[in-house]
Design a protein around this ligand. Sequence first.
Ligand SMILES: C[S@@+](CC[C@H](N)C(=O)[O-])C[C@H]1O[C@@H](n2cnc3c(N)ncnc32)[C@H](O)[C@@H]1O
Length: 242
Amino acid sequence: MSNEIPIMPVETDNAHHRVIRTFVKRAGRTTTGQARALEILAPQFVLNFQNQMFDPMASWGQERAHLPMILEIGFGMGEATAKIAQSLPNINFLCCEVHQPGVGALLKRIEELDLKNIRIFSHDAVEILQQMIADNMLNGIHLFFPDPWHKKRHHKRRFMQAPIVALLCQKLKQGGYFHCATDWEPYAQQSLEVLRAQTQLKNSSTHENGYSDKPSYRPLTKFETRGLRLGHGVWDLIFTKK
Ligand SMILES: C[S@@+](CC[C@H](N)C(=O)[O-])C[C@H]1O[C@@H](n2cnc3c(N)ncnc32)[C@H](O)[C@@H]1O
C-alpha cells in the first residue's frame, strides 16, 4: 500500500487549478560567500523535501533527537533565526525558506556561530507541514514578518488564513505555541481574527487588544529597528494549543 499523502491545496485558482503559494520566487543575487556556503554546508544542514515524515533521529542524531523542536517559516536572511538558535541551544530549529540567497546567508551564520541546532528546508513551508511534519509534533512555530501582500487581489497569498492556521494547529503539540509578528496593522488584525476563530488555540495575551508583548527571545532585527525608529508599529501574536 502506498503511504503517499495527497497534497491538499490550501487554495486553488479555480480556472487553472493552480495551488496559490504564499510566495513568489524572487530573483536575488547570491553573494560569493552565500554560494560557497550553499555548496559546502548544504549537505550537512539542508534537508531534502520528500514525501515521507521528518525523522528527528535521522536529522538531529541521538543526542539531540529528544529535544523540543520549533519550526520557523520564512526566515529571510536568517538574522533573527541565528540569534534565537544561539540563545536557545537546547531547542532544535527546523527552518524553511524558499529564497536561495537567504538559505546561503543562514548557512554562513551557522558556520560563523558554530550552531548545532538548525536544520533547513529550502522549500515551501506549507508543503513541508502537509507532507513531512507529523500531527502534534512541534513545540512551537515562528512566523516573523510574513509577506504582507498589501494589495487586495493578493490577499489570497497571505500565510495567515484559516486553512493554513488549521494546518499549523494540527502540527502543534498540546501546549505548543504559535508566534507571529508583523509590522502591517491590517494584517495583524486579520491574523488576530483568524487565530481567535481557531477553537483549539488560546490567546496568550494579557492585553485587552489581544496582542502580546515582544518576548525576550525574539531579537530586534536591523529591519525592525529601522522601522521602529521611523515610528512604525510591530504587533506580536502568541497563541497556544489547548
Ligand atoms: C518579508 S520576509 C521576512 C523574513 C524574515 N522572517 C524577517 O523577519 O526578516 C518573508 C519571507 O518568507 C518567505 N516565505 C514566504 N512564504 C513561504 C513559504 N510558504 N515557505 C517558505 N518561505 C516562505 C519569503 O521567501 C520571504 O523571505
